[in-house]
Design a protein around this ligand. Structure first.
Ligand code: ZN
Length: 578
């Protein structure tokens, strides 16, 4: 409400709000209140189309201009814009900066500019789009039109960049809480990837829609195929696929129930599907921002959802490789390495995951009781001596070897390699018998997470000691580590546990009714060529079942049912309910 009033009063602002927090309303409502056309800058066609469809469903005159449209279609929209009939016009930044388009804008009444996914303006952000930096033109050419920049994900450097690049330094910043309380977070060590994923899905999401993220295209294909063989309705999505198949897989995911999408990070931006019940990561993403944005695609309808991730040190090495091999300059590489180590810190955390996530975005909360570390407190131990031994071993072997070799030395393994290097003569040889190999692996991972050790990718994956690692050796501070446990429990949140915010269906009758309402919704959606959730959300259908409206007047009390929807769908849903 504050933001809406602020924008209506003609002022600029920057808005940070989590996915599903109502970002779009912050410019859509002002757009309806103000005279003229609101110009919404959006990076993706799918995103534009979805918003335009949703606005049309509630009776708003909205349109998009993008490269998927024919010349005639574009001309038609431009005519409508000229005549002042369009309240919201969605365009890509590439279109906006074209001379011709700027001329059009100079000749119409503009109510406001909304810059969606504003983090694309920053090269510190994780979806840098160079053309976004040209949006400085808005402040120069249209100084009297209010500008509202919005994002769901931006750490401190990204935030600063957005403010400078969009010329909003002296304007108000609105930050909504970043918490997504309905999402349960759990992160588990990789042991048997497939079995772990299967257990997770079978225990929690047998009949749900979800997204499984993998790092490589090959793994996407394999995993989708394998899930199919396991009887799931799974599809693949990555940038290397035939575009038609990819599009059809995406449509299936959007328009049908109980579909699992196995994808690279190419999938998801602009996916507004509200009933994604889980997001699973088979590999770690490159930063906490990416993780938070990807997991944020779960549970947008506010009902319970799970974010589950499986990780190992190999992921970190691979992500480090991407960074080192990229064309970025040294400064940016340094930032990216730092981001990666924060993420590893999250994986190895022994305290509430949500607290760590929120702290990263400058927000905070109490221990949440809805993440794996809160629900099953990890056992910790005094790891001071173990850490000293591990780091000394790295030092004595001259910071050239990988974790496997270092553990060999600590465990006193007899082999040619160790003898050739005469490492069996070192004081650290055979001093680590109190831990098993997996336990040492866990200790090394945590030392990397604590930034005492670092994987040196340029030097073929050797482990190096960092400045804080050297400080630790000198000062001998006490440290605690998560105790390694051989078993992992692939548990998400149980549905009943979160019943206070979920609307559970009870009994056959309610379930049958739900199925009937869903079938009607699908029929309407197919007729209108829009995803079913644009007709009504699951949550709205649930509420209809619980409230049992008897008239159109009753129906209005249900959330998600406005004037336009009553008019279009009220009667036929009442009939089914009756
Ligand atoms: Zn927690």
């Amino acid at each position: 409400e504050k933001i809406i009033h602020h924008v209506i009063s003609g002022k600029n602002c920057f808005v940070m709000m989590p996915t599903g927090g109502g970002k779009s309303l912050c410019y859509q409502i002002p757009a309806l209140n103000l005279n003229g056309t609101a110009i919404v800058i959006s990076p993706l066609i799918a995103l534009m189309q979805d918003q335009v469809n949703a606005l049309k469903q509630v009776g708003v005159n909205a349109a998009a201009i993008n490269s998927s449209m024919s010349f005639t279609q574009i001309t038609e929209v431009i005519d409508l814009v000229r005549s002042g009939e369009i309240k919201l016009l969605y365009v890509a930044p590439e279109r906006l900066v074209m001379e011709e388009f700027l001329n059009l804008l100079s000749n119409i009444k503009i109510s406001l500019f909304a810059i969606d996914e504003a983090h694309c303006v920053s090269q510190w952000g994780h979806d840098f789009r160079p053309v976004y930096t040209q949006l400085t033109i808005l402040a120069e050419k249209f100084p009297n039109v209010p500008r509202i920049a919005l994002t769901a994900t931006a750490d401190e450097p990204t935030r600063k960049d957005i403010l400078t690049k969009l010329n909003l330094q002296n304007d108000e910043i609105f930050t909504a809480g970043f918490d997504r309380p309905n999402i349960n977070y759990s992160i588990t060590l990789r042991q048997n990837n497939k079995k772990q994923l299967l257990d997770f899905i079978n225990n929690n999401h047998k009949k749900d829609s979800g997204i499984v993220y993998c790092l490589s295209r090959k793994k996407v294909e394999e995993t989708a195929q394998w899930l199919k063989e396991e009887g799931f309705n799974a599809f693949a999505y990555h940038a290397g696929m035939n575009p038609e198949i990819r599009k059809s897989n995406q449509d299936t995911f959007l328009n049908e129930d109980n579909v699992i999408m196995v994808a690279t990070i190419a999938f998801g931006m602009g996916i507004d599907k509200p009933d994604v019940r889980f997001v699973a990561h088979l590999n770690t993403p490159k930063s906490i921002e990416s993780y938070y944005q990807e997991t944020g695609r779960a549970g947008r309808d506010g009902l319970p959802a799970n974010a589950w991730m499986c990780y190992g040190l190999a992921d970190v090495t691979m992500q480090r490789n991407f960074i080192e091999e990229s064309m970025a300059d040294e400064n940016q590489k340094r930032i990216e390495r730092q981001k990666l180590s924060y993420l590893l810190g999250l994986c190895e955390a022994t305290s509430c995951r949500r607290q760590i996530l929120l702290k990263y975005f400058g927000d905070n909360c109490q221990p949440c009781n809805n993440c794996d570390t809160c629900l099953t407190k990890p056992e910790v131990f005094d790891a001071t001596i173990a850490a000293q031994k591990a780091i000394s071993c790295v030092y004595r072997t001259e910071q050239r070897f990988g974790v496997a070799y270092l553990i060999d030395v600590l465990l006193g393994v007899e082999n040619d390699r160790i003898q050739n290097f005469r490492h069996d003569q070192l004081s650290v040889y055979n001093i680590g018998k109190e831990f098993s190999r997996p336990e040492w692996q866990s200790i090394f991972r945590q030392l990397v997470a604590m930034d005492f050790l670092r994987v040196d990718v340029a030097g073929h994956g050797g482990i190096k000691i960092t400045g804080s690692g050297r400080d630790f050796l000198r000062e001998k501070t006490l440290i605690q580590m998560r105790k390694y446990s051989g078993k992992t429990k692939e548990k998400g949140v149980s549905r009943t546990k979160m019943s206070k915010i979920s609307l559970e269906l009870e009994g056959d009758e309610e379930n049958e009714l739900f199925a009937k309402l869903k079938a009607k919704r699908l029929e309407i959606a197919k007729e209108q060529k829009v995803p079913p959730y644009l007709v009504f959300h699951d949550k709205t259908l649930f509420e209809m079942i619980k409230v049992k409206p008897k008239s159109l007047e009753d129906m209005k009390q249900i959330s998600g049912v406005g004037e336009a929807k009553i008019k279009s769908y009220g009667e036929c849903f009442l009939e089914i309910l009756a």
